[in-house]
Design a protein around this ligand. Structure first.
Ligand code: NHW
Ligand code: EN5
Length: 387
């Protein structure tokens, strides 16, 4: 069934429910001297390249992904990560350039495949594990089903091993051996008319366009006193808030101040973060964030881009979470986003229905490489959002 994945140190379907298997690494690390020193072989027309995401290479990567990356099941939309977003996603503190891997045609130099890793510290229950986060696996549409993906996965694994890292985390819309959790995408319409016009959503039964627009109406300004954009000076307070919040989840990143500065400080067209500063004590009590990931609309006469915001990390200690996220929706609407998306991770279930999110037709499966979890987790036990 899974000729490649059956050979890898990942949870196998046949082992589901076997409580005699211990939690933790599936294979021990091998001595670094035993890690293969040369890259894996590619079919003859192709060669490996390391992609410098600060150079013109980043435009080639952008073009490959824009034309060949993830689509929905009906091929109506395709993720359109911006160049600025890719630069942010791939260059966090301590990143390795050698983990930004391209495949190109030797003769023409054309980039035809890509895969990336970034280093991350992830806590699984009480264990802190340094891992690679693998993302942006992409093979050009014309080169699909030629078993190029397994070679790319083996090559990124080799380069991760060379840094003495032996575990990885990744998400995918497809089922592979075997998810640690399966999450649901939810969508909150901000521009209902456009969403319907482009086929992202449908007019409900017994609903007119004007009733639908009214249903999703939002106030013009946020309601929480002390709600403002996060600034550099807030990094220590936000780090404390977030670390404390994430400690309750079974799987969560271990963020220090350098990570919070990178991952949560607002960056134009990439990431937006807001917090609540108590008007009395000036304490930072609540925090919310979303990242910006448009999708190309495939084959529509009137529109080419869907502007989407994705819920990232949110922490509410004083303000009700519902009100905090409603303020995030108000901000997103003001900034002309068409839709606000969220997964049912962390405590998101507590606001999704009340704030008029509806379930999408997509799921997101979470995976760990070379780390076994005894039981499948509930989405609410996950404190991790990948981009
Ligand atoms: S998920 C997004 C993945 N990208 C896309 O969906 C873009 C559009 N599709 C494509 O470009 C986020 C191709 O269809 C791809 C597959 C490249 C997906 N993950 O070359 P073949 C990520 O980036 C398996 C893992 O013939 P293809 C996360 C498939 O099950 N495996 O297929 C990435 C089969 O193996 P099997 C996937 O369609 C995590 C084999 O690939 C997969 O031409 C990567 C077929 O290969 C997926 N999304 O290319 C793993 N999709 O055993 C990281 C298919 O079933 C692991 N496959 O026969 C950790 C590594 C680091 C470890 C460090 C210690
Ligand atoms: C790793 N970092 O399927 C990412 N998106 O629901 C890779 N559906 O947008 C993994 N099909 O339901 C990616 N509208 C896996 C996701 C791939 C993309 C994907 C889904 C998620 C999606 C939309 C459009 C469907 C178009 C037809 C959808 C319904 C919205 C509606 C709004 C009003 C209230 C009810 C729901």
């Amino acid at each position: 069934r899974h000729k490649f994945w059956e050979t890898q140190p990942v949870g196998q379907f046949k082992d589901i429910g076997d409580s005699s298997l211990p939690e933790g690494p599936i294979e021990p690390p091998t001595p670094l001297s035993e890690v293969k020193q040369e890259p894996y072989n590619l079919p003859a027309p192709y060669e490996w390249i390391t992609c410098d995401m600060e150079s013109e290479m980043s435009a080639e990567v952008y073009n490959l992904l824009t034309n060949n990356y993830v689509e929905d099941d009906e091929n109506m939309f395709r993720f359109n990560y911006s160049k600025e977003f890719l630069s942010w996603a791939l260059r966090p503190p301590g990143y390795f350039k050698s983990w930004h891997i391209g495949v190109r045609v030797k003769a023409s130099k054309k980039l035809v495949a890509f895969i990336t890793g970034i280093p991350v510290r992830i806590r699984v229950r009480n264990e802190l594990v340094t891992m690679a986060e693998i993302n942006f696996l992409c093979v050009h549409k014309k080169l699909r089903s030629k078993r190029l993906a397994p070679v790319m996965i083996k090559e990124v694994t080799r380069r991760v091993h060379l840094e003495n890292i032996w575990q990885a985390a990744y998400t995918a819309g497809v089922v592979l051996p075997t998810p640690i959790a399966t999450c649901q995408y939810w969508h909150r319409s901000l521009n209902a008319k456009k969403l319907i016009d482009v086929g992202f959503s449908r007019l409900g039964a017994r609903m007119t366009m004007s009733r639908t627009i009214k249903l999703y109406k939002l106030p013009d300004s946020t309601v929480t006193p002390g709600f403002r954009k996060m600034e550099l000076r807030d990094v220590p307070a936000v780090t404390r808030l977030l670390r404390n919040y994430l400690s309750q989840f079974v799987v969560a990143p271990d963020f220090d101040e350098a990570d919070v500065e990178h991952w949560l400080l607002p960056t134009e067209n990439v990431i937006e973060s807001y917090l609540v500063e108590s008007p009395e004590s000036h304490a930072i009590t609540d925090f919310c964030s979303f990242y910006i990931l448009p999708s190309s609309i495939l084959g529509n006469q009137n529109y080419s881009t869907l502007k989407a915001a994705y819920s990232y990390y949110n922490v509410a200690t004083k303000t009700p979470l519902l009100q905090l996220i409603n303020d995030a929706l108000i901000v997103a609407k003001k900034k002309d986003f068409d839709v606000f998306n969220a997964l049912d991770v962390m405590q998101n279930e507590s606001f999704l229905k009340e704030l008029k999110f509806g379930p999408g037709d997509g799921q997101l499966h979470y995976y760990l490489y070379n780390y076994r979890i005894r039981q499948t987790l509930k989405p609410s036990e996950l404190g991790l959002v990948l981009l």
